[in-house]
Design a protein around this ligand. Structure first.
Ligand code: KG4
Length: 335
């Protein structure tokens, strides 16, 4: 079954042709350069750029897959969560396309598709497994009990991990997207120089909290500026990254051990973080867990992962008609 998948939840317009776990094409038109001027995503600009790019991106996805619109068996689209105006562009385009081709329309939850990026890279990966989902807008620890069945056991009580990276990076004057730049710059490990707090959530057993760390970094930078002191940016970045990774890794292993999971997956944009990947690798080997994470090209937003999840949604009967609407917030375990 050949699925044309469409993604437009934030600042990448993407279309892919996917057959099961095989990606026949994956086209991404990124808006990063334009949003960089503003230090973050401007929703109105994002929607406009999606509108301009979407039909070209779909045409190119079909061309690279070596097929035409008449070869498509279904259209899949990210419908939630994300920027509402941005999502609406993809949803409306997908609705029109599915209707005109007379093929099923499959709505896909954005976080479910981030998890499915792992299915592309690891053809043998099957639920159940525990997943740490870390992106710019979400930080969730979820049990993936089946391909379309999820149980949230922890989540952030304030900022997402990616947001913490992006906001602290912006405060340090680093280029957007801050998480990527911070990861590259964080080369010097001297964790005593900046005594940043270890984030504590005070909530559920597996919950996260990153806003205290973010505030501590902002205060550190402001204090130094007021005193005319220079900030050691590589050291501060390494300390921020270490604190964020500590919290993500501690909670993940606490949950995996007490819930007796053998397999752990990491997904979402922050799964590209070099320290997170390296430490998860080491810890999993030491503690006897099997670890899965997507290759770097599938960590950020892309339509291939939407197509990879779509087949499971289709098989479980999750299809939509022209009534489908975009939704800005929706938990991964929605029914
Ligand atoms: O999953 P994603 O592409 O978009 C959302 O669905 O949110 O995630 C984007 C987030 C941004 O916060 C970005 O700074 C972060 O992922 N990110 C990273 C790295 N690469 C991307 N954060 C830390 N280290 C990285 N290497």
């Amino acid at each position: 079954m050949k699925i044309l998948a469409i993604e437009s939840s934030c600042d990448e317009t993407s279309a892919a042709v996917v057959e099961g776990r095989i990606v026949l094409s994956n086209i991404i038109a990124t808006q990063i350069a334009e949003h960089r001027i503003y230090g973050g995503v401007v929703p109105e600009i994002a929607s406009r750029r999606h509108t301009e790019a979407i039909s070209h991106v779909c045409d190119e996805a079909l061309k690279q897959a070596g097929i035409t619109y008449s070869d498509i068996d279904a259209v899949a689209v990210t419908f939630a969560p994300g920027l509402i105006g941005a999502l609406l562009v993809g949803v409306n385009f997908a609705k029109g396309l599915a209707l005109s081709l007379g093929v099923p329309l499959i709505p896909v939850h954005h976080l479910r598709s981030h998890i499915a990026a792992n299915y592309i890279a690891h053809p043998d990966l099957e639920p159940p497994f525990l997943c740490l989902l870390v992106s710019g807008g979400n930080t969730v620890l979820a049990e993936v009990t089946d391909y379309t069945s999820f149980k949230i056991i922890g989540g952030t009580r304030d900022d997402a991990a990616g947001e913490c990276f992006d906001k602290t990076a912006r405060c340090l004057g680093l280029e957007y997207p801050g998480g990527v730049t911070l990861d590259k710059i964080a080369t010097v490990a001297d964790f005593k120089k900046y005594p940043l707090p270890y984030p504590k959530s005070g909530g559920g057993e597996y919950d996260f909290s990153f806003s205290g760390l973010k505030t501590a970094v902002i205060n550190t930078v402001h204090n130094a500026r007021q005193k005319g002191e220079e900030i050691d940016i590589p050291v501060l970045c390494a300390t921020i990254r270490e604190r964020v990774c500590d919290m993500l890794i501690d909670n993940t292993f606490k949950a995996a051990e007490s819930l007796r999971y053998k397999k752990i997956a990491v997904a979402g944009g922050v799964s590209a973080n070099s320290e997170l990947r390296c430490r998860m690798d080491t810890e999993c080997k030491k503690r006897g867990f099997e670890l899965f994470y997507p290759p770097l090209k599938y960590c950020g937003d892309n339509a291939a992962m939407v197509g990879a999840q779509a087949i499971f949604e289709y098989e479980s009967g999750n299809m939509a008609g022209t009534e489908l609407n975009a939704t800005a917030t929706l938990p991964i375990d929605y029914r």
